[in-house]
Design a protein around this ligand. Structure first.
Ligand code: P6P
Length: 335
């Protein structure tokens, strides 16, 4: 791979090669990447920038917001509202959609994001990240309303995340495989460092919050028990466990070396189906994982096939190495 392919060059060359990235979408992705650079700067300042700690407010999920949650949300809104490529935005941190103000031209895309996922890790200096998903505004829809966002994950035209860890790394798909760009802080550019990322079909590593085990349904308990039984059990191999409690970091590890990630249904809040949000966490991550050869279900159905009923809908998530996801999904009764 030539050493110096920037995100801009990559997107232009993809646009030429397969037309998957119309000009407006390329501009949108470059604006999102620039916003992630700004968020990375704020995250990296930490205590020096007075950005740690809670903001004394709650989001639509009823979660206490961190200062950086709000900063990241504002950076994404301000970066994207004026460019003319978006009709509206939706965020984990905002109750309702944000329609591009009339003083700016409206575009054909809808941008959804979790501006800073894993924010419980901010104050303890553990990797966090921005997750984003791009949909097209339905044709002929006068203006833009929340219902325009309620599209299955299979309708996404772009999805990605930016992880703020030892490196700041942007991982992106437009439907033609998964590419990774590492931020070169001297140049201020995201540089292509890996393309056509592939998740191994098998793994010996699972990621789940084990403290919730007593609340899971039987198929998930069976799957994890078999992993814990190791080589003397039905799986015939020992498993390792990782849980960073930051979806971006856990999914990034799986894209880099395989594994299976579970945030399963939990009997404590059965109506919520799961903790993670469908539109701006599960859908973008599921598309990335599928584009890298993995699989993603809610335990029974392909996540990307789920028809959303609400903007902030939650979902159970099992994603990663295809053979492991299919095994666990197979333990559930078909619908
Ligand atoms: P728990 C972070 O708050 C998040 O939404 C995901 O990033 C992460 O995978 C999960 O919640 C962690 O949840 O219950 O283990 O703290």
């Amino acid at each position: 791979m030539p050493k110096s392919i920037s995100l801009t060059r990559y997107l232009i060359e993809q646009q030429r090669a397969d037309g998957l990235i119309p000009g407006q979408l390329r501009l949108l992705l470059e604006v999102v990447a620039r916003a992630c650079k700004g968020i990375s700067q704020a995250v990296n300042k930490g205590a020096l920038g007075n950005v740690l700690g809670s903001a004394e407010s709650e989001n639509v999920q009823g979660e206490v917001q961190k200062k950086l949650d709000i900063i990241a949300n504002e950076v994404l809104i301000e970066a994207n509202e004026w460019g003319g490529h978006l009709a509206a935005m939706a965020s984990e941190e905002m109750d309702s959609i944000y329609v591009v103000p009339n003083r700016y031209p409206q575009g054909e895309y809808l941008l959804l994001f979790d501006p800073l996922d894993g924010s419980s890790n901010i104050d303890v200096n553990v990797s966090i990240g921005t997750i984003f998903s791009v949909l097209k505004k339905p044709e002929g829809s006068p203006g833009v309303q929340e219902a325009d966002f309620l599209q299955a994950g299979s309708k996404q035209v772009a999805a990605g995340y930016c992880i703020y860890g030892p490196q700041t790394t942007l991982v992106l798909t437009v439907g033609n495989g998964v590419a990774m760009f590492t931020l070169d802080r001297e140049q201020g550019s995201f540089m292509l460092t890996q393309e056509d990322i592939q998740i191994p079909a098998d793994t010996k590593e699972f990621a789940v919050n084990m403290s919730n085990m007593r609340h899971w349904d039987a198929p998930v308990k069976r799957y994890i028990d078999e992993c814990l039984a190791g080589k003397d059990g039905p799986r015939g191999k020992d498993f390792n466990m990782r849980w960073i409690a930051s979806m971006v970091a856990d999914v990034h590890r799986i894209l880099m070396r395989g594994g299976v990630f579970l945030y399963p249904w939990d009997k404590r809040e059965p109506e919520k189906a799961g903790k993670l949000r469908l539109m701006y966490e599960a859908n973008p991550m599921s598309w990335l994982v599928e584009q890298a050869g993995g699989a993603a279900t809610n335990g029974r159905q392909r996540i990307l096939d789920l028809e959303p009923g609400k903007l902030h809908e939650r979902v159970a998530v099992v994603l990663g190495s295809r053979n492991e996801v299919e095994r666990l999904t197979g333990y559930h009764e078909p619908l």
